[in-house]
Design a protein around this ligand. Structure first.
Ligand code: TYD
Ligand code: MG
Length: 465
């Protein structure tokens, strides 16, 4: 006897926060974003995906048994098992290797090197861990040509050109790779939905299926995600919530350096950085990147300051440049590249109020050298010093570094790991450091470097400009 056909259901999903609504409306009731709802037809699941092979691999597809409540004392907490990818900088960002059954999303601008990195990773895993590279953007011939050019061992590399998630999972169940790469999630679609590939509902549903597959079979899944103009991963925000780790690949278009940053990581530290250089043989690791973000000036230059930032677990010397120029606009420009714009506006207000320096009639441009993005507040003091140096057209004293958070009342606040930052600067031959008082060591010298401790913005300004 034929069963009654289950009905499909229409819901409206917010592209920003992923909230579901029963009817369409102009504004999302959850996150209040406008025009972000799109239609999402949920078809009842047909029979479980590839149930034949599924049983073999332990992947039950959609059909799972009844849930059972368990006291956590009964659960044996096992440390996650990891596999080293063989690319040290990637392992570092992942928190010490690729965790079995984890889902990692890698986002970045087109052409930054996402496909190259993942293919190199598969090549480096080689025979040790079977991998499968699913390409939805390039043809198999293109992938093979790239692998050849990168000089990877072609033997263990397996690829699949397919965009339908049901068929991908069918193949994955049959091949049983330990690492599955999907390039890119925006090209993947499921038969269960009528929406176009790349739409919010398709991306969300395909990613959900891949996540389920990863958790049930212990396969590590890496998804490539496109980024929007604003720099977020295209598609629903929920994608970032669904996965275990979100990595961003960043870099300036003119520069050959690329920075991989952990934005979210359930198995490691966030803001950990991995540094690579793009060469004609693909991405090369830069294991000691401390000084690559300094530009090479022949002498002291106005508008330039060097800071020691600590992104993740290692200190980096980074140069900030500022250009301050008389504005012809009623509303002068505030442009921050590699820093947060609002923070710059706030710092300029503090500079006016507590440093007695007005910049309200000046255009202010600030750039972090090397295309790196600095998120920590330790950049406050060096940014203000660079701005002031440009405004007065006077360089900072030679071989000077600075770090410190600037508070709204003009105080210079300490930042974490001051000692480590100072050591790094001293190792690189810097002669003078301007740092928050609470970060300064008891002695006024670290190696050959003189440490100037400051409590107020005015003191910092007096100390160097
Ligand atoms: P790709 O990995 O295709 O970028 P994505 O997948 O993030 O879009 O990177 C392609 C860019 O890298 C392209 O501009 C060429 C450059 N490239 C090299 O410079 N050397 C190489 O060996 C390879 C493979 C790519
Ligand atoms: Mg690509």
């Amino acid at each position: 006897m034929a069963k009654a056909k289950p009905k499909s259901k229409t819901v409206y999903v917010c592209g920003d926060c992923g909230a579901e609504h029963n009817k369409w409306q102009g504004q999302c009731a959850e996150c209040h974003a406008w025009n972000t709802l799109s239609e999402f037809v949920v078809q009842p699941a047909p029979s479980a995906v590839a149930s034949v092979g599924a049983r073999r691999s332990g992947y039950a597809g959609e059909a799972t048994g009844a849930p059972r409540v368990t006291a956590l004392t009964e659960v044996a907490a096992t440390a996650e098992s990891r596999a080293l990818t063989g690319i040290g900088e990637l392992d570092r960002v992942l928190g010490g290797g690729l965790v079995d059954g984890s889902v990692v999303l890698i986002g970045g601008d087109p052409g930054i090197g996402k496909s190259t990195l993942l293919l190199q990773m598969l090549g480096s895993l080689g025979e040790a861990l079977a991998g499968l590279y699913v390409t939805g953007e390039e043809s198999l011939a293109q992938v093979a040509a790239r692998a050849q050019r990168l000089g990877l061992p072609l033997g263990p590399l397996k690829a699949l050109a397919e965009t339908c998630i049901e068929r991908i999972l069918e193949q994955a169940v049959a091949e049983r790779p330990r690492v599955l790469i999907v390039d890119s999630i925006q090209t993947i679609w499921t038969e269960q939905l009528t929406a176009a590939p790349g739409s919010v509902s398709q991306v969300r549903e395909s990613a959900a299926k891949l996540t389920r597959f990863a958790k049930e079979t212990g396969t590590s899944v890496l998804l490539v995600g496109h980024v929007t103009k604003e720099g977020g991963i295209a598609g629903p925000r929920v994608l970032e919530h669904m996965v275990d780790a979100v990595l961003y690949f960043e870099g300036e278009s003119g520069s050959r350096f690329r920075v991989l940053r952990a934005f979210k990581n359930r198995f490691g530290a966030v803001n950990e950085l991995g540094v690579f250089a793009m060469s004609d043989k693909g991405l090369r690791e830069v294991p000691n990147p401390s000084a690559i973000f300094l530009s090479t000036h022949s002498g002291p230059t106005p508008g330039s300051a060097v800071m020691v930032t600590r992104e993740g677990t290692r200190p980096l010397l980074v140069e900030v440049q500022a250009l301050v120029d008389q504005s012809s606009l009623g509303n002068p420009r505030r442009v921050a590249l590699g820093l947060e714009q609002n923070r710059l506006a706030m710092l300029l207000a503090v500079l006016h109020r507590h440093g007695g320096v007005a910049a309200y009639d000046q255009d202010v441009f600030v750039n972090v050298v090397g295309g790196i993005r600095v998120q920590e507040t330790a950049a406050d003091l060096p940014v203000l010093l660079a701005v002031l140096s440009s405004l007065r057209d006077r360089p900072l004293p030679e071989q000077t570094i600075a770090f410190g958070e600037v508070g709204l009342s003009g105080e210079i606040r300490p930042v974490p790991n001051g000692e480590e930052r100072l050591k790094e600067a001293a190792t690189h031959g810097f002669k003078r450091a301007i740092v928050p008082k609470a970060n300064a060591p008891k002695k006024t010298k670290v190696g050959e470097m003189q440490v100037i401790a400051v409590e107020r913005l005015a003191e910092a300004i007096d100390a160097c400009i």
